[in-house]
Design a protein around this ligand. Structure first.
Ligand SMILES: *Cc1c(COP(=O)(O)O)cnc(C)c1O
Length: 412
């Protein structure tokens, strides 16, 4: 037992490294942030960092956005939690706004991306069950996918490294090659319920699916009576330059999992569905104690106030073009380190040459006080808050160049 009188004493480990009391599931940088404003974070040492990670595509409006802070603090003085045994005004408002701006007719609120993906999987299976086809429960997914860390979400993605040591993966998923329409078609059987896909694989390394491919999946689903389930946990809420990424492919899904940006840093996920796709989800089929609680709803409604303002998403697209231009220069100038640039709005990545690892670029950037995030496929991601300014983009690119120059000096 820890000595309770020691609770207010400063932690002895802050200077030396992370506390062993926190389970070591993450390889953390030895930095503690104390406050943030916009795209900037201040560490306990007083150092300032330019945040091009956004808490892994979460802080869509940066840190301490005044409209979000006031929405949260105002709600905090009124009501935190009532459970879903009662109506929640903020849920009804947020659900109606999401339905108005997307393909959806219905929304279920939860707390994370994994939970949203699991819920979408349940809804897809239950849809066929309710239609009298309980044998249709298998779901086609794609290699390189990431749907979260719960056992079913891991089984859906099928990444062996993440499943190792956790027993038999959950059954009912058929994994096919990335962006391979023929493989998806060939995997369809009498037991298939749905196809589940990220329009852009984020954790997978900013791997962008062509619009024709997504249209092809939509066609397959229509032809075979399958549901198209999109995982827009990372691509949603403006990250790729439109409210949701599917808009750019000219298709609509039947079900969609969202999280990350919708809460602007407050934990929130949701399942969006058409009336038909939601038809199996009757009372008692699903639930979440915290899902859609008044605090999360106040923040998410405030996020939508900003993101859906006239011109906001056009601005994101313009900033994306500026970032693309800068990254193209970097691709030229540092072609010994950078193999390719990948850009979907402000979800951007540098695919590195085999000799360079994302962790090296993250570390070199950290030395320049620039925060980046690694990904699979030897990619390092730049995910600035959507409110990033043109000056901050230029600043970030300059820091990245200095980091790559330093890396080049040490590796040659
Ligand atoms: C982050 C992510 C998830 C998991 O979200 P959590 O909130 O960590 O559970 C699922 N799908 C995609 C595409 C993601 O990027």
């Amino acid at each position: 037992m820890a000595d309770p009188t020691a609770a207010s004493a400063p932690a002895a480990h802050t200077a030396s490294g992370p506390s062993p009391a926190v389970m070591a599931t993450y390889a953390r940088q030895n930095i503690v942030f104390e406050r943030g404003a916009g795209c900037w974070l201040t560490a306990t040492t007083g150092e300032q960092f330019l945040d091009f990670g956004s808490g892994v595509a979460v802080n869509a409006l940066g840190h301490a956005h005044p409209h979000l802070v006031s929405a949260l603090t105002e709600q905090a003085g009124k009501l935190w939690h009532t459970s879903n045994l009662y109506r929640v005004a903020g849920q009804e408002r947020l659900a109606e706004r999401l339905c108005q701006k997307t393909f959806a007719d219905k929304v279920f609120f939860c707390n994370s991306g994994a939970e949203a993906c699991e819920g979408a999987i349940k809804a897809a299976r239950r849809y066929h069950y309710a239609k009298g086809n309980p044998e249709r429960w298998r779901i086609i997914t794609f290699q390189g996918a990431f749907h979260g860390r719960t056992l079913t979400a891991l089984s859906a993605a099928g990444n062996p490294a993440y499943l190792e040591g956790f027993g038999e993966p959950a059954a009912g998923f058929d994994h096919v090659a990335f962006a391979d329409l023929d493989a998806a078609r060939d995997a369809i059987t009498e037991e298939t319920a749905a196809i589940m896909v990220e329009p852009v694989q984020g954790e997978g390394g900013v791997r962008i699916l062509p619009a024709e491919f997504l249209a092809g999946l939509r066609e397959l689903c229509d032809k075979h009576g399958l549901l198209l389930v999109l995982d827009e946990v990372q691509t949603g809420v403006g990250r790729t330059g439109t409210f949701f990424a599917y808009e750019q492919a000219g298709i609509v899904p039947d079900l969609m999992a969202i999280a990350k940006g919708i809460g602007g840093g407050f934990p929130l996920g949701a399942i969006l569905a058409t009336n038909d796709a939601a038809s199996g989800m009757v009372p008692g089929t699903h639930g979440s104690t915290f899902g859609g609680n008044p605090l999360a709803m106040a923040v998410a409604n405030a996020v939508l106030d900003v993101v859906l303002e006239d011109g906001f998403l056009e601005d994101v697209a313009r900033k994306s073009a500026r970032l693309r231009q800068g990254l193209a220069e970097i691709e030229d100038e540092y072609s010994d380190l950078v193999a390719e640039i990948r850009i979907a709005g402000l979800l951007t990545g540098l695919k590195l040459r085999d000799a360079v690892k994302p962790a090296q670029v993250v570390a070199a950037s950290l030395a320049e006080k620039l925060l980046l995030v690694g990904a699979s496929d030897n990619v390092v991601r730049l995910l600035p808050p959507l409110v990033v300014s043109e000056e901050e983009i230029a600043d970030g690119l300059a820091r990245l160049k200095r980091a790559l120059s330093a890396l080049r000096r040490t590796s040659t």
